[in-house]
Design a protein around this ligand. Structure first.
Ligand SMILES: CC1=C(CCC(=O)O)c2cc3nc(cc4[nH]c(cc5[nH]c(cc1n2)c(C)c5CCC(=O)O)c(CCC(=O)O)c4C)C(CCC(=O)O)=C3C
Ligand SMILES: [Fe+2]
Length: 363
């Protein structure tokens, strides 16, 4: 594989965004939930999570660090393409990033998101954001061509980075016997209807869960082999929202910790493989809330760091960018189990509320 990003002029990191000051919290939450039917009570509760940290989410600083790490890796490979940044829900907004890209002379952008998995919230919604932003700047006469890296959770490099983090955390465990230790892989809960329709729409669905389960089981097997242990791994969920009447993926991490404690578990290793950085879902929902649950039921909680700016993760993301560029040039790219297309198939991970234009897909 050639070490180049041709035909792209720049890379754009597309992320969720988060508030950076107390007065930004409510405007941010209103943007996130516009038209979603999230009860006000839930918004106020989530606002409290942010105020608990002075109104500042860690996510933007983490993205600044990730961009610096990507820059360093690109420099090491002598790839001179800039790494730009745009968010869905907070400054720097995506449409402004597109205006700046165009003003700097860039015409063809390669987008990578901070979301690794397949489902409406983690893939198509970002594709809709791209369609909206491209349409907004088109009215100003700005034309850009945009491609995207496909969901990267199935990449062997993503598994390797997460495995490394889990093994490092488990080496620090004291001598708790295998049957007293639970290995909990955590991700964001989503509505079950969103999971059922995640994937190419060939009748199989559940791709969000299946990608997590595949990664969790690969990490469990490999970590057990490396550490000479026989731990059981399982997938649990955090950050449920939406009305109580709507089913979301379960079990919730807190409920599962309580059950495990009652069954004799003394240590839970919590690995947030669903997230790429220690943002609010991690520092509040796991480090604050799940930690309180664990303390209350007398279980030790060991939290594995997310991949963040781990060198194995950053290298893999740059590999994914280089491979996407090769694909755009019509060259062959490495295959691996579970690989997702860079251009999504029609009906993949549909918007269940309302069909809307989305870029980087065949529909
Ligand atoms: C799959 C998924 C990811 C992972 C993929 C990805 O990373 O994109 C993710 C990430 C994130 N979610 C985040 C924050 C929020 N998510 C919400 C609400 C929701 N998330 C959902 C799903 C996901 N969310 C869903 C189905 C909803 C229901 C409403 C809706 O369909 O939109 C709400 C509303 C209030 C609430 O009800 O919690 C907030 C504030 C932050 C920022 C953290 C920070 O500030 O550090 C990040 C990275
Ligand atoms: Fe979310």
């Amino acid at each position: 594989m050639q070490n180049t990003l041709d035909p792209y002029d720049a890379v754009l990191l597309l992320s969720f965004g988060g508030p950076e000051a107390p007065e930004e919290v409510m405007p941010f939450l209103r943007r996130v939930t516009a038209g979603r039917g999230i009860p006000d009570e839930r918004l106020e509760q989530v606002g409290e999570h942010y105020h608990h940290f002075g109104g500042r989410s860690p996510i933007n600083d983490q993205n600044r660090a990730l961009i610096a790490a990507l820059r360093a890796e690109l420099d090491a490979r002598e790839i001179e393409r800039p790494v730009l940044w745009g968010n869905r829900n907070s400054p720097p907004f995506l449409d402004d990033a597109l205006r700046e890209a165009h003003a700097a002379g860039h015409r063809r952008l390669l987008v990578i998101t901070t979301s690794a998995y397949s489902c409406y919230s983690s893939c198509r919604q970002y594709r809709e954001n791209l369609a909206d932003a491209v349409a907004a700047v088109a009215e100003e006469g700005i034309e850009l061509q945009i491609d995207k890296v496909g969901p990267y959770a199935p990449r062997p490099g993503f598994a390797a980075a997460n495995l490394g983090r889990v093994v490092d955390a488990m080496r620090a465990l004291d001598g708790a016997p295998d049957d007293e230790v639970a290995l909990l892989f955590v991700t964001h809960s989503i509505p079950t209807a969103m999971d059922e329709t995640a994937g190419p729409g060939d009748g199989e669905g559940h791709l969000y869960q299946r990608q997590h389960l595949a990664l969790a089981s690969a990490i469990t097997d490999e970590a057990n082999r490396i550490l000479g242990r026989d731990l059981t791994g399982e997938l649990v969920f955090c950050s449920r929202s939406g009305p109580p009447s709507q089913p979301w993926l379960e079990p919730d991490v807190n409920d599962r910790i309580e059950e495990l404690a009652a069954a004799g578990t003394t240590t839970v290793v919590v690995a947030p493989i669903g997230f790429v950085s220690d943002h609010m879902e991690v520092v509040y929902d796991l480090d604050t809330e799940a930690k309180e649950t664990a303390d209350r039921v007398g279980v030790e909680l060991v939290r594995v760091p997310t991949v963040g700016t781990d060198g194995r993760f950053v290298t893999d993301l740059v590999d994914a960018l280089v491979e996407r560029a090769a694909e755009a040039r019509g060259e062959a790219v490495p295959d691996y189990e579970g690989r997702r297309p860079s251009v999504c198939e029609p009906g993949c991970c549909p918007n269940l509320r309302q069909a809307r234009p989305a870029l980087c897909g065949r529909d």
